[in-house]
Write a protein of this length. Structure first.
Length: 241
């Protein structure tokens, strides 16, 4: 069953076309990767799907419901949530407080929000950091906090925007394991990532965009062998392992 169906989505800013007739389908339980050069339109596509920007053209369906122009907070309550490339927690507040903010999307009771936040932190093996100020966290832990805040909203689909940027190789491997575990728990994942070994290890399918248009789609091996993808993004030195 398709959980997300994006049809001919376009987004323009004045005379600039950032996303150009993009079509994407994601089946429930899949991990779909979205890759492309810097400025290809990846984050803009995420912003349109997540309600940050209304698309200029095309249609977006979530669980069969058209969601063009639906606000982010409404989509969050429906089960569509995203993280952001630049992580901005409430720096002076604790990890637990930050995750509780996410939980208030699904409950208005403080005790329930705290219980939900603690359960999420435990599932991410992060409960030992619950009383640490968010501003004192490492980059890797801030990325984990960003995912925790999103998970506290009980998403059906989670859009992850470069959650591995800036991480060391061991931290990347740990994040890959976390994302796979989320999928195993029933959450569909749509992920933007530039770290190729991570996106290749994670994804069931990959969509490649360039100048806002889709230039390839398929399994990781098929995409990595596509001549258009090699020329536009991967480079001739990239070899599928």
């Amino acid at each position: 069953m398709k959980i997300l169906d994006v049809r001919e989505m376009t987004k323009t800013f004045g005379g600039l076309t950032a996303v150009d007739g993009l079509g994407i389908e994601i089946e429930t339980g899949q991990i779909l990767g979205l890759i492309g050069p810097n400025g290809a339109g990846k984050s803009t596509a995420f912003n349109c799907i997540a309600g940050v920007f209304p698309p200029t053209g095309g249609e977006i369906y979530f669980n069969g419901e058209k969601i063009n122009g639906v606000k982010p907070w409404t989509l969050c309550r429906k089960g569509l949530e995203r993280t952001f490339q630049i992580v901005k927690p409430f720096a002076s507040k604790s990890v637990l407080y930050n995750v509780m903010v996410g939980a208030f999307a699904v409950t208005d009771k403080t005790a329930e929000a705290e219980a939900e936040a603690l359960a999420v932190l435990k599932s991410l093996h992060f409960e030992s950091r619950k009383d640490v100020r968010a501003g004192n966290l490492t980059i890797a832990d801030r990325k984990r906090l960003e995912i925790a805040r999103a998970l506290a909203t009980r998403p059906k689909i989670l859009l992850l925007d470069e959650v591995m940027a800036g991480l060391r190789p061991a931290e990347v491997d740990e994040m890959v394991a976390i994302i796979k575990e989320l999928r195993d728990r029933g959450i569909t994942i749509f992920v933007i990532e530039h770290i190729m070994r991570a996106i290749m290890a994670l994804s069931d399918r990959i969509v490649v965009i360039h100048f806002g248009r889709k230039i390839a789609e398929g399994t990781p091996d098929a995409v990595a062998s596509d001549e258009n993808v090699i020329k536009a993004y991967l480079g001739e030195e990239y070899v599928v392992s």
